[in-house]
Design a protein around this ligand. Structure first.
Ligand code: FDA
Ligand code: NAD
Length: 448
């Protein structure tokens, strides 16, 4: 048992933030043996967004080492060798089960201890499970979730085993939309089920959602709105509750019971009903805010020398004078870089600018690709060609609050057009009237 290892810096979590933190440490300068990344996963940090997209493609699916960080932002791919060359210790397949901040000690499930001078918490999120709500039969092994690469491998295996079968996707958010598309691309008969009146309600307006729902329907995805799965049963052919995760016997069908009384049959059930930031190790030891670990504009927590980045951090969102948590990859990259700059800046006695983040979210599914920048508050004004039947639909939405354009969404934009909406959302320019905005469409952003 390896125990009692000491590092100057420990990054807890080897996901997106962990990888980008390692790169920034290397850029700023670390001595061999000073930095360790500890991760529950068995692989070096990778670009998590690939898991719900190219990883599951029917042809030439993406596989490691193809999508290790930092390819997702156009940077160098950090292979495991990169960490050894830099003298950064990658401690993989190691779950930390106890964190004692006063003694600066982390303890793994195997009983190993790690001490540090500076800690960067980058534990990300875990999935919310239907069993958390007490949904009957929800702990069956054939009910799948997607967070880590092992989950993606299970899902890939299920897709291969169930070609031509039926999939029920529970949830109408990011995971629901991205997985429904990729399951359909794999020739499964896909039904999406979610409680809200339209998909992705935390970002989409009813008009935006109408486009995606029609597009998906045209692709053959069935969408059941306004209901939830209240229970799961295996049919007489098999007890799904005792089947090992990797075994997807073709005989097993799951009955998905919906709140409205109807029952769907499924070979695969995939659930995406939200994430929960992994902060439990630090409960009672650091200040929390809005469900995350509260940080300053340099991602330092209430405990000096302890930083939190990525999904777990609730940080000052300077542009909106608000404290927020963001569960998206762009922020996980940038917050990690900011924290490392701040750590190294403090050591060198040099000033680092406050984090001034403009929210940026994106998604891709089928042939579609959208980007969003800013804040989706106020009145939304749709513009462009939102006809799902168009050969190349291109449309967007501006959000106007207090006379200013505070957010912008664009489906099908070019890199220049996406850059233009980002600039607009950052500048928060005075908005024209709704009619003028609608008529000007993308021109409004492009002329800045
Ligand atoms: P992240 O989850 O990446 O990493 C956390 C790491 O910490 C994991 O490796 C975990 O195992 C490890 N860990 C946790 N607890 C531990 C412990 N106790 N001991 C040891 N290790 C521990 N965003 C976006 O903007 N566009 C997109 O297209 C997508 N797509 C997407 C797809 C899928 C399938 C998911 C799940 C998520 C996305 N996201 C996304 C969201 C984005 O990936 C997410 O916001 C970042 O990965 C967050 O980065 P973090 O480093 O904070 O957590
Ligand atoms: P989400 O918050 O985007 O969506 C959750 C959805 O679950 C809700 O919209 C709702 O439709 C549904 N829901 C809630 N309770 C339900 C119930 N009882 N039954 C059925 N549906 C229910 O969360 P997610 O899609 O699970 O994504 C998980 C995490 O991964 C989030 O942090 C998300 O930001 C991240 N992610 C991001 C991207 C991206 O940015 N492109 C892609 C994939 C995942």
């Amino acid at each position: 048992m390896a125990s009692g290892k000491h590092f100057k810096y420990i990054v807890l979590g080897g996901g997106v933030s962990g990888g980008y933190a390692a790169r920034e440490f290397a850029k700023q300068g670390v001595q061999p043996g000073e930095l360790a990344i500890i991760s529950k996963e068995a692989v070096a940090p990778y670009e998590r967004p690939a898991l719900s997209k190219a990883y599951l493609f029917p042809q030439s699916p993406a596989r490691l080492p193809g999508f290790h960080v930092c390819v997702g932002s156009g940077g160098e791919r950090l292979l495991p060798e990169w960490y050894s060359e830099k003298g950064i210790e990658l401690i993989l397949s190691t779950e930390i089960v106890k964190a004692d901040l006063p003694s600066k000690t982390l303890t793994s499930a195997a009983g190993a201890t790690f001490t540090y001078e500076i800690l960067l918490i980058a534990t990300g999120s875990s999935v919310i499970k239907l069993s958390d709500f007490g949904t009957q039969g929800a702990d069956s092994n054939n009910i799948l979730y997607l967070r880590e690469i092992d989950d993606a491998d299970n899902l890939y295996a299920a897709i291969q085993a169930k070609k031509g079968g039926k999939a029920v996707v529970v949830g109408g958010g990011y995971i629901g939309l991205e997985l429904s598309a990729v399951l359909k691309m794999n020739d499964l008969d896909v039904t999406m089920v979610f409680p809200e009146p339209w998909c992705m309600p935390r970002l989409f307006t009813a008009e935006i959602a109408a486009f995606y729902e029609s597009y998906y329907t045209n692709k053959g995805v069935k969408i059941l709105k306004g209901t939830i799965a209240v229970g799961f049963d295996a049919d007489a052919n098999g007890d799904v509750c005792t089947a090992p995760k990797s075994e997807f016997s073709s005989a097993v069908l799951i009955a998905v019971k919906l709140k409205d009384g109807s029952v769907l049959e499924a070979d695969i059930v995939v659930v995406g009903v939200g994430g929960r930031p992994l902060t439990t190790l630090f409960k009672g030891q650091v200040a929390e805010e809005k469900g995350g670990i509260k940080t300053d504009a340099f991602f330092e927590t209430s405990v000096p020398g302890v930083y939190a980045v990525g999904d777990v951090a609730t940080f000052p969102m300077k542009i909106y004078n608000d404290e927020r948590r963001v569960e998206h990859v762009d922020h996980s990259r940038k917050s990690a870089e900011q924290a490392v700059k701040a750590i190294k800046g403090k050591e060198a006695g040099s000033a680092v600018e406050e984090y001034d983040y403009l929210p940026y979210f994106y998604s891709r599914s089928f042939d579609l690709s959208w980007q969003f920048y800013g804040d989706n508050v106020g009145d939304a004004i749709l513009f462009g060609d939102a006809d799902p039947g168009s050969a190349k639909p291109k449309f967007g939405s501006y959000w106007v609050k207090d006379g200013k354009c505070v957010g912008a969404f664009l489906e099908g934009g070019s890199p220049d057009e996406n850059a233009a909406i980002a600039k607009l959302a950052r500048a928060q320019l005075p908005a024209a009237s709704p009619d003028e905005l609608k008529a000007a469409g993308l021109q409004f952003a492009s002329k800045i």
